[in-house]
Design a protein around this ligand. Structure first.
Ligand code: GLY
Length: 388
């Protein structure tokens, strides 16, 4: 099964790229098959693997977790990459187990939660019922649009931090849901809101060097910015790597959907800041924060690297100068992630593919661990690489 599908996907690739993708897909399938076996052996609710605890036990998440779509999405990508029909009912089962994500209105993450499972299921397998879930999820997200600032409110107000309408750079990743809802309904208000959010974020969230803040708080009445701070970064003025990764990916996606070059320029500017950062590690796997005080002993974040690699395989198909430079950097990241330094041995690492991601270092949570979204974006990068 593996060979015919990959032969078609890889038709335009060099031999070295073909070998790289084939070897990594083969490994990923074997590793995720073990993860699936554990899930299938369980009884009761459908388990949704997230990470690994210090004692080696696997952490699972509920559908309400922002990461609930990534395990279903990982199985969709394996289906796409291998063509192995055994993955289709599994991907459907894991996706449909979280169908209540479409009604989540207490945060902005419904885009992540919906598009990785339902979005990929519709794209890859054309499952009609998923259209309604996607449209309902977009409507749920629209309840969070705040007219005065013209943005989606990411998190609820937080009196302890004096936040009234906090918006995080991660929110850029939820906008593709709105473009899909527009495709499915023809309702342009979805796109107007997405463009409004992207434009205001572009104006307010970035520093002159192209790096971005994590959290902006807006006044919901006047629309003014109240503060620029961080939650998951080292400091308010530091460069939290995953935030940069979301910006690179999110603005490239905005360009793909709208053709507006200012979005592509922001994506490239933020990427250039990372690429030229004096503390960029030799292997191109970012520190969890590029301003972490304990570099070179700081934890890495493989998830940020996988997100940037996937974005760069998108960018190198766009109207950019010297597209090869973006593919070359993505290839460097992917070579590192696929090496024994980051790719787990078969059957280890809780059966996750990648090691060394960092979720929320300031909170002391998920430091130097596997995370399901690192695996998801690694496989997405393989899908995109195989199509070049
Ligand atoms: N909120 C998404 C992240 O931690 O990157």
């Amino acid at each position: 099964m593996l060979i015919p599908v990959l032969l078609v996907l890889l038709a335009g690739c060099t031999d070295a790229d073909k070998d790289f993708v084939r070897e990594n897909v083969k490994f990923a399938a074997a590793q995720v098959d073990r993860q699936i076996a554990v899930v299938e052996d369980s009884t009761g609710v459908v388990l949704n693997p997230l990470s690994v605890r210090e004692d080696g036990t696997i952490r699972y998440c509920k559908y309400t977790d922002w990461r609930s779509g990534f395990f279903p999405g990982t199985v969709w990508y394996l289906y796409e990459l291998t063509g192995d029909e055994k993955y289709l009912p599994l991907a459907r089962k894991y996706t449909e187990a979280i169908s209540d994500v479409q009604y989540v209105t207490d945060n902005h993450d419904v885009g992540f939660m919906t598009m990785s499972g339902f979005g990929n299921g519709l794209r890859i397998a054309g499952i009609e019922e998923y259209k309604g879930v996607i449209v309902q999820a977009a409507r749920s997200l629209m309840t969070r649009f705040r007219r005065a600032p013209g943005v989606f409110q990411s998190w609820e107000a937080n009196p302890k931090r004096d936040w009234k309408c906090p918006v995080i750079i991660d929110n850029m990743m939820n906008l593709e849901l709105l473009f899909k809802a527009f495709d499915l309904t023809g309702d342009s208000t979805f796109v107007q809101a997405a463009v409004s959010h992207a434009d205001r974020t572009l104006k307010e969230h970035f520093r002159p060097d192209g790096s971005c803040y994590h959290v902006l708080d807006y006044d919901p009445e006047s629309g003014e910015v109240r503060m620029r701070v961080t939650k998951q970064g080292f400091a308010d003025e530091s460069i939290w790597s995953r935030g940069q990764a979301w910006a690179v990916y999110g603005y490239a996606a905005m360009y793909r959907h709208t053709g507006d070059r200012k979005y592509l320029e922001q994506s490239l500017k933020t990427f250039d800041m990372l690429r030229n950062h004096p503390d960029l590690p030799e292997d191109c796997i970012f520190w969890w924060d590029m301003c972490a005080p304990d570099i070179p002993d700081a934890p890495r974040d493989a998830s940020s690297a996988a997100i940037v690699a996937s974005a760069l395989y998108d960018i190198c198909t766009m109207d950019v100068d010297n597209p090869e430079q973006y593919k070359a950097f993505a290839d460097r990241i992917m070579a590192s992630l696929a090496s024994p330094a980051y790719r787990a041995a078969l059957g280890e690492n809780g059966n996750f593919i990648l090691m060394h991601s960092s979720g929320n270092v300031p909170a002391g949570l998920e430091i130097d661990v596997p995370l399901n979204y690192a695996d998801y974006y690694f496989l997405e990068a393989l899908v995109r690489k195989s199509r070049l």
